[in-house]
Design a protein around this ligand. Sequence first.
Ligand code: G3P
Length: 300
Amino acid sequence: MMKIFVDTAMIDEIKEAESWGILDGVTTNPSLIKKAVDRLDGVSLEDYIRKILCTTHGPVSLEVAGSTYGDMVSEAKELYRKFNPINDNVVIKIPVNTHMEDGDDNFEGIKAIKTLSETGIPVNCTLVMTPNQALIAAKAGAAYVSPFLGRIDDHLRTNLGLVGGKDYPKDAHYPDEIAERGREYKLIELLDGKDLGRIMYRDEDVMKVFDWGNDDGIFSGVDLVWSIKEIYDNYGFETEIIAASIRTARQVRLCAEMGVHIATIPFSVIEDMMTHHKTSQGMKAFCKDVVPEYMNILKP
Ligand code: G3P
């Protein structure tokens, strides 16, 4: 079954999603914790994290802050020692590669994943932007990998010169905007009516057209997930894929169609997954049509 995690550190959102019976876990990162810190209301961050852990039965990813092997391993052990006894559901998030500047090592993250996994601490390998990173993380023993769909789409938009601020809001579904600009790029004729939303299916023609707008052969965030899934399926890796940096309900649906293990979804996108104006319209019409005789039957 596809698992749904909520990508937030806001306890009210976690509580709400948990109460619907659909929540299988939580993912946080330093930026999400920063948002929550503004709303601590006198509670210490440590107590707040304890509360999060008790709010869900599923795994909760907590990220390290360091960027060297030594720092990450010691922070991970500290997080796990402090918090795992509370509800036995802590997973440690380690960046796949902590490289920031020329000369930085590329394998600090991988080394930390190996050590922690061997110690029995489950690792969610984060900031995964390529299928090769996901392959190496799985070989190092990561329990989960988190490919960042939305950020790959951002990157592809930039490659294509499409970053237009308000023209392409965070929740715009890539590559829809390219389809909208199809005439300009002659895409409509070239694709001959093919659905760009299904770009992950590796259609030869689509690949040709996107030759000028890909990331080493990856054509969208959804395509990145597709490629990782293919690789894991080929070799029977047990590492679970968490589709992350999700921006739209449609990305969730595409991930579900390809059988991704987990999607970690912002609360607002989970809400979008439930809405359709025809449902609301139908609801209004049904409520209006309820006759008193029918109401009487319904009364206890
Ligand atoms: O799951 C990772 C996520 O929190 C990053 O999302 O939208 O900032 O790329 P975003």
